[in-house]
Write a protein that binds this ligand. Structure first.
Ligand code: NAI
Ligand code: MG
Length: 352
């Protein structure tokens, strides 16, 4: 199998974790006799510094000519107060490739049950998937601007029926492959967009009689997610709610650093990235946890290349490393051995 992958390291810890991903890809090449080639391109702050554009044309071209994209993270204090910001590059690439379906699995590794600040009984056995709409809603709605000389401001929450239908279908399809329970999260007591969302979920639900559906308001869902995470199987929700809930869900697993994500379009072309940001507070220190990034490589193998068993091997290797007591600094551990980004990567590779 021959595949070409564009690597977008980005900012902060991005380059460190993408180097880890590249190492894992190289090993998979060797072990399985695949031909995964890759090239690095700029996105985010580093791209602004070089070209003034957070998503240069050259980067888009390279991504268009590849089979998948692996991204580290973008952003940082250096660019926070500029009108051109790194995050615009990320929003633009999601939109350009129509990556509307963001899949965020939240799996608790046995060894990390005590890394969570939540009680062990609460997190033990949690396993859920957040399906977040990624190219609509507040993050893309127009107008979005300051008005009246800064005396007022507007952001717009817009969705088309098609946009809601396609992500809700992914939610149901995902539930069918899991425990067949779909929780649709909205704010239908206040927002018209949420009322329409809810109607569409009920309509499409008729095509999936085996799936049980719950509608939960986002504020209640936020509470339930950390008081009873086991009550969830698949969550489907709009862009902003999904962004917030998935960071919250990382508390269940003990660290933002272990969670991967896939952002897919209709043809399963995908961008894969850990859910965390560029962690400027630890950038360059070799402390970044590479697990979220490495599991994102696993998701790429599974969703874009149909290599399910190889993806499972990566998960197994991560699981084993953690079970054997190895951690990175972000994971609370009383007796674990703390490894650097590259040491953790090499350890995972040695178990592959
Ligand atoms: P963050 O996710 O970068 O960091 C939050 C906390 O988690 C920090 O204490 C950080 O050190 C820690 N952390 C995150 N990932 C880690 C890892 N792999 N290993 C160990 N510790 C880790 O969120 P923050 O600080 O709010 O944002 C920093 C920058 O990242 C901002 O510019 C923000 O806009 C950007 N950002 C980018 C995203 C992306 O590229 N997809 C997503 C979220 C934020
Ligand atoms: Mg986020």
């Amino acid at each position: 199998m021959k595949k070409h992958i564009t690597l977008l390291p980005g900012d902060g810890i991005g380059p460190e974790i993408v180097a880890a991903a590249k190492k894992v890809l190289d090993v998979i090449n060797e072990r399985y006799d695949y031909e995964f080639t890759s090239e690095e391109q700029d996105i985010g702050g580093i791209a602004i510094d070089k070209t003034g554009n957070p998503l240069p044309e050259e980067t888009i071209k390279a991504c268009e000519n590849s089979d998948a994209i692996l991204l580290g993270a973008v952003g940082g204090p250096k660019w926070a107060n500029q009108s051109v910001r790194p995050e615009q590059g990320l929003l633009k690439i999601r939109k350009h490739f129509n990556l509307f379906a963001n899949l965020r699995p939240v799996t608790i590794f046995d060894a990390l049950e005590s890394s969570s600040p939540l009680k062990k009984e609460i997190v033990q056995g949690s396993d859920l998937m957040i399906v977040r709409e990624l190219t609509g809603g507040l993050y893309f709605g127009q107008p979005s601007e300051r008005r009246d000389n800064g005396k007022s401001v507007i952001d717009s929450l817009t969705y088309t029926r098609d946009e809601i239908e396609r992500i809700v279908k992914i939610g149901f399809d995902t539930a069918m492959l899991r425990d067949k329970h779909l929780t649709s999260v909205d704010k239908a007591n206040v927002l018209e967009s949420s009322r329409m969302w809810r109607e569409i979920v009920d309509e499409i639900g008729k095509e999936y009689p085996e799936v049980t559906v719950s509608h939960v308001l986002v504020d209640a869902a936020a509470m339930k997610l950390i008081t009873n995470p086991k009550s969830f199987d698949v969550i489907v929700t709009e862009n902003l709610f999904g962004d917030i809930l998935s960071d919250e869900a990382s508390v269940i697993t003990g660290s933002l650093g272990v969670l991967p994500s896939a952002s897919l379009n209709q043809d399963n072309f995908g961008l894969y990235e850990p859910i965390h940001g560029s962690a400027p507070d630890i950038a360059g220190l070799g402390k970044a946890n590479p697990i979220g990034m490495i599991l994102s490589v696993g998701m790429m193998l599974k969703y874009s290349f149909n290599l399910e068993s190889e993806a499972a091997k990566i998960e197994e290797a991560v699981n084993k490393v953690l079970n054997d007591g190895y951690v990175t600094a972000d994971l609370m551990s009383d007796d674990g051995q703390v490894l650097s980004t590259m040491e953790m990567t090499d350890k995972i590779i040695s178990y592959l």
